[in-house]
Design a protein around this ligand. Structure first.
Ligand SMILES: C[S@@+](CC[C@H](N)C(=O)[O-])C[C@H]1O[C@@H](n2cnc3c(N)ncnc32)[C@H](O)[C@@H]1O
Length: 242
């Protein structure tokens, strides 16, 4: 994995919590898509890997309503993982929370996961790290498993500056933030975000052996997407059900 550090955590978790509570990053819609997928079933209770799981707020509630074989979450924030542990408690499935850098943690895991989830994580990585993460996740997936990516994405016609302008203008209408918090968020997006076009992510995924991206969901402003990738050699039937 590239030596460059990943700064995916917000400087102030509280700001992330505020915009998430207002559903600015569309966790609800994406969560509904995930739940539909889990209910449709994988032919067996799925093993789930969640990279950069944070406090598992949304996924914990969904998993408790579904039948799953196992949940593994990875995050380098001990505070977030403590919250995740509390949220997952009471779930009728084995769970494992790994505290540490995602690259090191992935190297310790054994295949095969049915569903690998990257929630607002991928855009924090450099291109090299993204390519490597696609390769690593391919190696950890079951034959008919799928990788899901919920992330901010550029329009095919725009560059990163255009995207940052668009999302920055949108954030001006978010009353839950103070002006200072909005500035902090803008800095965070521009310093730590490496958002890509869907076509670029698809190229990286295909190089790692995945199929073309299946766009499972977009928000009306097309700032975010939920993308699914199955193995090229064995397209996943389950993706058609979402
Ligand atoms: C934007 S949050 C997303 C949390 C959650 N997946 C969601 O969708 O709401 C990104 C998460 O990645 C974690 N993270 C950042 N860098 C990491 C790294 N190098 N290894 C593991 N986790 C990391 C952060 O602690 C944070 O919880």
């Amino acid at each position: 994995m590239g030596s460059e550090p990943v700064h995916a955590g917000f400087e102030r978790w509280a700001v992330f919590a505020k915009i998430r509570a207002a559903d600015r990053m569309h966790h609800r819609a994406v969560g509904r898509a995930l739940e539909k997928l889990l209910i449709a079933g994988f032919g067996r209770p799925p093993r789930i890997l969640d990279v950069g799981c944070g406090d598992a707020r949304d996924i914990a509630a969904i998993l408790k309503r579904c039948t799953v074989a196992e949940y593994t979450g990875i995050d380098n924030s001990s505070v977030a993982l403590e919250c995740a542990c509390g949220r997952l408690a009471g779930g009728a499935f084995p769970r494992r929370l790994i505290h540490g850098d995602y690259a090191e943690a992935l190297a310790t895991l054994a295949p095969a996961f049915d569903l690998i989830w990257l929630g607002l994580f991928l855009h924090h990585l450099s291109s090299e790290q993204k390519r490597e993460l696609f390769r690593r996740t391919m190696g950890l997936l079951a034959e008919d498993g799928s990788l899901f990516v919920h992330d901010p994405v550029l329009l095919e016609t725009e560059d990163r500056e255009g995207f940052l302008g668009r999302i920055g203008r949108e954030a001006l209408g978010w009353p839950e933030l103070t002006a200072e918090e909005r500035d902090m968020l803008g800095r965070h997006w521009s310093q730590h975000g490496r958002q890509e076009r869907i076509s670029r992510l698809e190229e990286m995924a295909i190089l790692a052996g995945f199929s073309e991206a299946q766009v499972q969901w977009r928000d009306p402003l097309e700032l975010y997407a939920l993308l699914a990738f199955g193995r090229r050699s064995r397209p996943s039937e389950i993706l058609k059900t979402v």
